[in-house]
Design a protein. Structure first.
Length: 202
């Protein structure tokens, strides 16, 4: 791997680790992967459950063809092949030319699928392939961490029994709305209702 390749990889890693939240991480991952591969378009699909289900969470450069590529990424042959060999890019072709599909693995297996379409230049050569493998290993760990953080936030802000927002979530929302009202010079009201004999209907 050349110094310039390593610098590009480190720049992509810095962008991914500075992203806040899962959606921002997905967008940065797609952007960084497109930059590394010279691709014209890219997508990221996150695992939705243990049944191998995936959902597109980030996409760039595909325009009106976004849905067409989404179907291929989520259920196509290259994605199935990529899942059987995590972090190993699978070469394929699309309407945009040469493409790469790679399953990004966390500690417990694949957490996401990434595809980069219309790959140009040296990305298909041995050095570019090494770079994409290294990127996939790093990105898989980052996506796994972002998923764990999203789960922790959900656990901290929702009631486990009902799935409704809890007191912490209410406090955060009240602070946000009060700040927003102050910023716009508007008044803010909060209505609290106490239901008598609620246990009888709950």
């Amino acid at each position: 791997m050349r110094d310039a390749d390593l610098a590009r990889l480190m720049e992509a890693l810095a962008a991914l680790t500075s992203a806040r939240g899962l959606d921002a991480t997905g967008r940065e991952l797609v952007r960084a992967g497109m930059e590394l591969t010279g691709a014209r378009g890219g997508q990221l699909a996150l695992r939705t459950g243990p049944e191998q289900g995936f959902e597109i969470r980030a996409s760039a450069g595909l325009g009106d063809d976004d849905e067409l590529f989404a179907v291929d990424l989520v259920s196509g042959g290259p994605s199935r092949a990529a899942l059987s060999t995590p972090n190993e890019p699978i070469a394929t072709s699309s309407d945009l030319g040469r493409s790469w599909c790679v399953a990004l693995a966390g500690p417990d297996g694949p957490v996401a699928l990434a595809a980069f379409h219309g790959v140009r230049g040296e990305a298909g050569e041995a050095g570019g392939l090494l770079l994409l493998r290294a990127f996939a290993r790093l990105a898989g760990g980052i996506v796994a961490s972002a998923l764990a953080l999203e789960d922790a936030i959900e656990l901290a802000t929702t009631d486990a029994l009902t799935g409704l927002a809890n007191r912490r979530s209410l406090d955060d929302r009240v602070r946000l709305e009060m700040s927003r009202a102050r910023g716009f010079g508007k008044s803010f009201s909060l209505l609290m209702i106490d239901l008598d004999h609620y246990k009888e209907v709950n």
